[in-house]
Design a protein around this ligand. Structure first.
Ligand SMILES: C[S@@+](CC[C@H](N)C(=O)[O-])C[C@H]1O[C@@H](n2cnc3c(N)ncnc32)[C@H](O)[C@@H]1O
Length: 249
């Protein structure tokens, strides 16, 4: 199967070969599924703004689902002529909230999220930049650390259970390049475990915690503060974003 894109990245191809046994995994799909471009939280302006804040060659997403955030970031890299890599860590089995969820293909009850994700990457012309890491977030962090991968931006959006989020923060923060940006999703009243884990992790590691709508951003206190859209909630534990009500608390 031809991948309809002019995008290329020798770095991503080499990592696919090392980790997955083949540079061209997209051509090995048993069936190219029709595009299904559904996801959550990918329409946030931070994913474009971050390119003006940082030199981004490696983006790491923990919890990728059908790929919408990584596809958006990959398109931005392609537009800017960056031959980077997007690491996508996911079991592609869904979270606890996806049992019974309708908007997802299954075969004999088993999720087909990985096939859908990779098909979407092909349809959107970004597959050459994508390096899937199809495993649990913890094992993914061990593999990436073993490979010496450090990312310019890490985006954590896998399980939203308190213990899992805390584990993801502990596992992935060390994989951030110095001066990089660490982003998490769903700092929102609907996900109290996310807020609790993010705040605990920030407190323990002397980090500032900023929010911009439902995204949170962690940065060492020593680096210059994030300005503009970013609201510093390091010392404001009750403040979060609540949709139309704006910032509350
Ligand atoms: C909310 S979705 C991610 C949405 C995605 N960021 C987007 O842009 O649409 C959460 C994803 O995390 C994955 N996930 C949940 N727990 C995980 C774990 N322990 N390890 C790896 N992936 C996990 C699920 O399979 C699911 O695809």
């Amino acid at each position: 199967m031809q991948v309809p894109t002019s995008a290329k990245s020798a770095y991503a191809a080499q990592l696919r070969k090392r980790l997955l046994g083949s540079e061209d995994i997209a051509s090995e799909l048993r069936e190219l599924l029709p595009a299904d471009l559904q996801g959550w939280g990918h329409d946030h302006d931070a994913f474009e703004l971050m390119f003006s804040l940082l030199d981004i060659k490696v983006f790491l997403e923990v919890g990728t689902w059908k790929g919408m955030t990584s596809i958006r970031v990959a398109k931005e890299m392609i537009k800017r002529g960056i031959e980077g890599a997007i690491f996508c860590v996911d079991t592609w089995l869904g979270g606890e909230e996806h049992f019974g969820y309708r908007d997802m293909r299954r075969l004999a009850g088993y999720p087909r999220l990985y096939d859908q994700f990779l098909s979407n990457c092909v349809h959107e012309g970004v597959a050459p930049l994508i390096v899937p890491v199809p495993t649990t977030s913890h094992i993914g962090s061990v593999v990436l650390a073993r490979e010496g991968i450090k990312a310019d931006v890490i985006y954590v959006d896998a399980s939203h259970e308190y213990a899992d989020v805390l584990a993801d923060l502990n596992d992935y923060f060390p994989l951030l390049k110095e001066g990089g940006l660490f982003i998490g999703d769903d700092y929102h009243a609907s996900w109290p475990g996310v807020i609790r884990a993010a705040r605990e992790f920030a407190d323990k590691n002397d980090l500032r915690i900023y929010i911009w709508a439902t995204k949170y951003f962690l940065q060492p206190k020593a680096v210059p503060p994030l300005a503009g859209h970013f609201l510093d909630v390091t010392d404001r534990p009750g403040v979060f974003y609540n949709g139309e009500a704006g910032y509350v608390g």
